[in-house]
Design a protein around this ligand. Structure first.
Ligand code: GUN
Length: 305
């Protein structure tokens, strides 16, 4: 078997186009354009790239983008004041504070200061709690992108056995909660788990966000399973020349694709979906703030094929 390749770039393009179309329809009705505020503290190179991309894609979707770049030395009070201002700014419908924050700042306190209805990352404790209890809430962008892809591949997720590898607050935990809300049977493994290959062999769906290049091997995978690789790891690529690098995921892609039924590549799999889902979350937040119907995007629906 050679697995179907799940084209995250194409998926993301569809989501972005739908968001753009809806913004073009709704903004004249509401008399206001959706606005996304992105806050970056410090100069982490990866964060700089993400923040630039988030701002650019918001503009391309017809939204307003407000970027706040603060120095590494920013004190908590200053950042909290900015968030409070954005919370009450009627031009801003979504607020995102790029993580990681410098170590002198208390990430939890900062995130929990964002108004929950503007928390387009879905990281505020009230959104986390709502998703954890199966209520409608803003959900984190990367797991939302994974769910959209899974829903197009599986007519019915109910009763599927899913293994999530990694238990971060950004991906693993919300991913497990969302799979559970879809009535999957969910297992969660992490770096202290001793039997991951054994768990994986029972899984119809494997989602891995462990940050370990090539962790998931082909003999872990049940034939025909769906494998979603959230990992993005830069490794040395001497075959491309001295000092060269390349991106790989957490899955041994060349081997696992011979066994799996469907698989996301890295790059070009889950990655592009994250910002597309951020735009979708910003649109949802805007709709709620304007009392507009927030219809699901096509890829959110149960059977969008
Ligand atoms: N850093 C890495 N991923 C994310 C994300 O999804 N949201 C935010 N705010 N920071 C991140």
């Amino acid at each position: 078997m050679t697995a179907e390749l799940i084209d995250g770039k194409a998926f993301a393009a569809v989501v972005r186009e739908k968001v753009r179309d809806r913004v073009a329809t709704l903004a004249p009705q509401a008399g206001q354009t959706p606005g996304l505020a992105v806050v970056l503290v410090g100069h982490d190179p990866a964060s700089e790239v993400y923040v630039r991309s988030k701002g650019r894609q918001a503009l391309e979707a017809g939204m307003k983008s407000f970027e706040y770049r603060l120095p590494e030395s920013t004190q908590a009070g200053e950042l909290l004041d900015l968030i409070e201002r954005l919370n009450t700014d009627t031009q801003v419908h979504g607020i995102l504070v790029q993580l990681p924050l410098p170590s002198h700042l208390d990430e939890r306190k900062i995130i929990n200061t964002i108004a929950p209805h503007k928390d387009v990352d879905g990281f505020h404790i009230s959104n986390v709690g709502m998703v954890g209890t199966g209520q409608d809430a803003i959900v984190p962008c990367t797991p939302l992108g994974c769910m959209m892809m899974l829903r197009t591949l599986h007519d019915d997720l109910r009763g599927k056995t899913a293994l999530v590898i990694g238990h971060s607050n950004v991906v693993g935990k919300p991913m497990a909660r969302m799979l559970l809300n879809a009535d999957c049977t969910v297992m969660v493994a992490h770096k202290s788990s001793t039997n991951i290959p054994e768990l994986a062999r029972h899984a119809d769906i494997v989602v891995v966000a462990a940050g370990v290049p090539g962790l998931v091997r082909s003999d872990w995978i049940k034939p025909g399973a769906t494998v979603i690789d959230v990992g993005i790891n830069r490794i040395a690529a001497p075959e491309k020349g001295e000092g060269k690098t390349r991106l790989v995921g957490d899955v041994d892609f060349d081997e696992v694709r011979k066994v799996a039924g469907a698989i996301t590549p890295v790059p070009g799999g889950v990655g592009p979906m994250t910002i597309a889902c951020l735009l979708a979350n910003t649109l949802s937040a805007y709709c709620h703030q304007h009392g507009l119907a927030d219809e699901p995007l096509p890829l959110d629906e149960q059977d969008p094929k």
